[in-house]
Design a protein around this ligand. Sequence first.
Ligand SMILES: [Zn+2]
Length: 280
Amino acid sequence: MLQDLDVGRMENEFRNIAAAGEDTVLCFREGQVLICREQDDTLRLPSLSQLSGRKTGAALRYLFRLQGENFFLWTGAAPESPVDGFAYEPVRQLRQLRSKEVCFGVMTGWHLHNWYRVNRFCGSCGMPTEHDTKERMLRCPNCGNTVFPRISPAVIVAVTDGDRLLLSKYAGRAYTRYALLAGYTEIGETIEQTVHREVMEEVGLRVKNLRYYNSQPWGVDGNVLMGFFCDVDGSDAIHIDETELSMADWYPRDALPAHDDGISLTREMIRVFEEGREPG
Ligand SMILES: [Zn+2]
């Protein structure tokens, strides 16, 4: 999956440090990130020194350390492209397996960027917030309101019926390939209740025997995804919610139309089922 790094790890604890020349800088602008696409299609992010001279009124905010490299967020007006071979590309489309560490850094930085962006002012009294010096937290100096990073829990659900797996496609979204069922956890419900509710809402099926599989941070939507396998309980007749899905159907284990992409939890779960290794 995207977050499974070949080398090193994501060190996401906050540090109150300044940027140096070789540190990586994430510059976001209208859903896009400044990035260099090499001739072999690998991706590279700019260092601070590559952006020198463009830092007009911008401040840099430490984000995290990934595989030994410090990542900073460019705040304020984004630098204009082109910057020596760099161009702005949509964050949502960065899913290259060959550069998955870069994609994971961009996606996680995007999640933090959005959190900082919508919390510049206190939601309670409207005064500008200030960053804590020891942890990733924003505080209102006027009323004392504190704001911590927001992560939305969501489930990925593989509904099985013996050697059959339920696959679906989203309605009205850019992602048009096969997917498992998915949905956000709502306030007041358990993760397991989310699974039951989402499956019933999207395809009209009852399920039982929920087995937790694995999880995945998915910063492009601000989520942490939790993957479950479960069995259909009773009727296998599918009734889709056409506002959510364009199709849903049962597919046999030995003829699944989707395969692992090395990036998403959804695709890994499809492969695990294909290989008969789903938790029993
Ligand atoms: Zn306040």
